[in-house]
Design a binder for this molecule. Structure first.
Ligand code: BES
Ligand code: MG
Ligand code: ZN
Length: 468
């Protein structure tokens, strides 16, 4: 897909679908569709001018209307509500809807950027628009009979040519972000017979080769045994594939004593059967996505490195599947973690925290200033917050608040859940230092976090994001 910026005064290119912001002013009889379309070809402009609110189209937010013109061109009205109240999230949603509609109906689409200004920020509009377009065009079609969609070209049109350089920069940035999001989605969608831990690690290492200033290393089974990663190895015990700890480091071009080091940690379970505590058929399908934490932090890492941001960033991905064979770990087993703590495994389905426990200890040895982990850790988080929200927990209020604030700025739904001493206490075992599930009912998401907290060293600010 080609997304291009056009800064000609009038759009002369041969186009087929013209999309415009549509706002309704006045009420009842006086209701009028207000459109900004001065730069469209005259026939399209006339069609826009004739548009009236009707029983079929009231021009409300979320309402879209497609007018076919005798010339073969067509006008697409996007109901967006009052212009002054336009938010980034409305823009994202309505542009996505427009693009999905257009993708199967037109070879091209032109859209006028000034119609969609967020506050006074033309650059932000260009970013949000491009990001939304690319994410809306995502299609996991690898395993389907080949089908090509007609939409080939999108023109973002603006007459403000003085902004050309900065707009092009924003569009390129948005493409980088959206490409990474779509790569993350590809990893999550790949089925377990295509993506196992070994292939996942290889794919990540190969993918990051194109990005400068990044070093990649993979810790395999032998090395994990040497380092005493008994928790991670226990999860992998029933697998046909080696466990893999992918360790990526990005170093910015200028490093001073003030350069901060952030570690991004991801749960990378390429499939979670539940192990001997086997999941029922109603919840086992879909567990190919249990590596979404690893895919997410990898995508974030890639963007940070590709943009050359001035932070040192480490990315640690714990990959395995949770499978069953005669060697698979049995409930009641007691294993020793990398940090020396012993863990009683009472439920083999609480495997993510076991993998993260050893990866967390390894991560702390890299001496980061801050840590974020992302993991599809608990169904309890879904029960508490629904699928719309991720839960954030951690050991440092300030660090959590920063992440919550940046999530808010991106309209990402994130909600804080508390870790308290009672939850920490609940994760202590009678036979070992810790147990991998709580003794008492409830608070499942926070108890998972409380378990992981036992593996965070030196009180490094750490935030755990449960993205189940
Ligand atoms: N991968 C699951 C959590 C999950 C559930 C992810 C739903 C996505 C959607 C995790 O490994 C798991 O099985 N958690 C258990 C923990 C329990 C045994 C303490 C759960 O949530 O039931
Ligand atoms: Mg599980
Ligand atoms: Zn899992």
């Amino acid at each position: 897909m080609q997304i291009v910026l056009n800064t000609d005064k009038k759009l002369k290119v041969e186009m087929h679908l013209f999309a415009a912001y549509c706002e309704v002013t006045g009420k009842d009889k006086n209701a009028k569709v207000k459109l900004n379309n001065a730069h469209w070809p005259s026939e399209v402009k006339n069609a826009f001018n004739k548009a009236k609110p009707s029983a079929y189209f009231e021009g409300k937010k979320g309402e879209h209307f497609h007018l076919h013109l005798p010339s073969g061109e067509s006008a697409y009205l996007i109901g967006m509500g009052e212009k002054e109240k336009l938010t980034a999230e409305t823009l994202r949603k309505e542009i996505a809807k427009t693009i999905r509609y257009a993708s199967s109906r037109s070879a091209d689409l032109a859209i006028h950027l000034e119609d969609f200004i967020l506050g006074k920020n033309l650059e932000k509009s260009a970013f949000v628009m491009t990001e939304s377009m690319m994410m809306a065009l995502y299609d996991f079609s690898k395993f389907k009979a080949a089908k090509t969609l007609p939409l080939k070209k999108i023109i973002i049109h603006t007459t403000k040519s003085e902004y050309k350089t900065s707009l092009l920069k924003e569009i390129e940035k948005a493409k980088l972000v959206a490409d990474a999001v779509n790569l993350c989605r590809d990893f999550v969608n790949l089925p377990p017979n295509e993506l196992n831990s070994e292939k996942f690690a290889k794919a990540v290492v190969k993918d990051i080769k194109a990005v400068k200033r990044v070093k990649a290393k993979v810790v395999g089974k032998r090395e994990m045994e040497k380092q005493g990663m008994g928790c991670f190895l226990a999860v992998n015990a029933g697998s046909a594939y080696e466990p893999q700890l992918v360790h990526l480091t990005y170093t910015p071009s200028k490093v001073t004593s003030k350069t901060k080091h952030v570690a991004l940690v991801g749960k990378g379970l390429t499939f979670d059967t539940g192990g001997y505590c086997l999941k029922p058929s109603t919840s086992i399908a879909g567990m190919k996505g249990d590596m979404a934490g690893a895919a997410t932090v990898y995508a974030a890492f890639k963007v940070i490195a590709a943009m050359g941001l001035p932070y040192k960033v480490s990315c640690l991905l714990g990959m395995t599947d949770n499978a069953i064979n005669s060697k698979a770990v049995m409930p009641d087993s007691i294993v020793k973690a990398r940090n020396g703590k012993t863990v009683e495994i009472l439920n083999t389905d609480a495997e993510g925290r076991l993998v993260l426990a050893d990866v967390m200890d390894y991560t702390c040895d890299q001496k980061p200033d801050f840590i974020i982990d992302a993991a599809t850790l608990t169904g309890a988080c879904v029960a508490a917050l629904g699928f719309e929200f991720s839960g954030i927990m951690g050991n440092n209020k300030v660090w959590n608040a920063k992440i919550l604030e940046s999530a808010r700025a991106q309209d990402e739904r994130l909600w804080e859940l508390p870790i308290v001493d009672e939850f920490r206490e609940d994760m202590k075992s009678n036979c070992a230092d810790l147990r991998n599930i709580g003794k008492n009912l409830g608070g499942g998401a926070q108890k998972g976090a409380a378990f992981i907290e036992y593996f965070v060293k030196n009180n490094i600010p750490w935030a755990h994001i449960d993205i189940a």
